[in-house]
Design a protein around this ligand. Structure first.
Ligand SMILES: Cc1ncc(COP(=O)(O)O)c(C=O)c1O
Length: 374
């Protein structure tokens, strides 16, 4: 029940990683050619582009989401004249806030303005260079209106960056039908790419010519193996590649993405909403529980609830076989991904949940001790 944080391992991932290990063992450095390792980023770009409906020319698979967000914000700021505000929401994922604060720290003319989501429209002022938002909120799984916000930003000359980390693989995203400028996202959550699997970055084709990455790494060079001392950027979003791809992680993600070749995200999302409704019905009447995820409308793939003793509750649930996670100060998140769980699992989860809550002794002692990863 925690695929919103780390999706489970796909059999195909295991196979692809073992294949890569075999290639390493038997082909050594020749595997870069013999086993198509150099082509892996492009192979993965094509698969991810299919899921979010864009061209693989406009997408690169590389680095972490944090690093890709840095590249996207820096590129967007470079494209803007004299505007220097990065507008975002107060409840955006902290890494996204940290990355923009870090940029402002190095570039004193840049300011970060973080507002409540309800104030976004009225904050689209003429000094805003970039609107940087998470599509699905990591806390309550609410989903922002990508079309409406992007259009409003563009009407005011503002570029838009979307973080799709909690959407890709569970909430339909169609970049062919909405005008945005940049997107980044994570592949270890709903795509099940594996711990620390590579992220992706998208730039709209209209930016490709003028697009510049602040990290001019050799993998983003037009011809890395010419070892030319001058940097000539690669075509399209390839310019966003920086260093050598982490092949074992790429192999795991490749296997995971093969699963998605057979999945329709629109029906997956519908099924997920139904499972979420069942879970909410099972748990919302429990004492001290408050479900904070939206009960109607589009919702991401997890259900978030608060409990005054949320951390201990999450630990007790894990001890009873319900793997969930906890976010400060009192939030417990449970994932309802139909690829991992069905209605019976949800009913079982509901009954374990309620029995853990009833046995109040479970909430004391060892469950209070904070672990380093929650
Ligand atoms: C919405 C969002 N953005 C960014 C990140 C940071 O990703 P990474 O640690 O891979 O850089 C995360 C990680 O969970 C996330 O959920």
């Amino acid at each position: 029940m925690c695929g919103h944080s780390l999706g489970p391992v796909a059999k195909r991932s295991k196979k692809r990683v073992l294949e890569a290990l075999e290639a390493w063992e038997h082909q050594a450095v020749s595997a870069w050619n013999l086993s198509q390792w150099m082509e892996l980023p492009q192979i993965l770009s094509e698969k991810i582009a299919t899921i979010i409906k864009c061209s693989s020319e406009d997408l690169a698979v590389c680095d972490s989401t944090s690093v890709n967000l840095f590249k996207a914000i820096m590129s967007a700021l470079k494209l803007q004249n004299r505007r220097n505000v990065v507008l975002t929401t107060k409840d955006n994922f902290p890494a996204d806030l940290y990355i923009s604060q870090g940029i402002a720290n190095f570039h004193p003319q840049v300011h970060v303005h973080a507002v409540p989501a309800e104030s976004l429209m009225s904050s689209l002022t003429e000094d805003v260079a970039v609107l940087m938002l998470s599509h699905t909120n990591y806390r309550d799984a609410s989903v922002l209106d990508m079309e409406k916000l992007s259009r409003a930003a563009h009407e005011r000359g503002i570029l838009v960056i979307w973080d799709l980390s909690h959407s890709i693989g569970i909430v339909p995203v169609d970049l062919s039908s909405v005008e945005i400028d940049f997107a980044v996202g994570c592949t270890y959550k709903y795509l099940s790419g594996g711990p620390g699997s590579p992220s992706f970055i998208y730039a709209h084709p209209r930016h490709q010519k003028s697009l510049e990455s602040p990290i001019s790494g050799w993998m983003g060079h037009k011809k890395p193996f010419e070892f030319n001392v001058n940097y000539i950027k690669g075509s399209g979003s390839q310019a966003y590649m920086s260093g050598t791809p982490s092949i074992l992680s790429f192999a795991a993600l490749r296997g995971a993405l093969e699963v998605f070749e057979h999945i329709d995200i629109v029906s997956l999302s519908r099924d997920s909403e139904q499972l979420a409704d069942s879970l909410i019905a099972c748990i919302e009447k429990s004492e001290d529980i408050s479900v904070i995820s939206p009960k109607t409308g589009t919702r991401g793939g997890h259900v978030a609830l608060t409990h005054p003793n949320g951390y201990a509750l999450s630990r007790a649930l894990i001890d009873h076989g319900i793997i969930c996670d906890y976010r400060e100060p009192d939030l417990v998140r449970l994932c309802v991904n139909p690829l991992h769980v069905d209605k019976q699992d949800i009913e079982l989860c509901g009954s374990v949940f309620n029995s853990v809550l009833e046995k109040k002794t479970l909430m004391g002692g060892k469950y209070q001790q904070l672990q380093s990863v929650t």
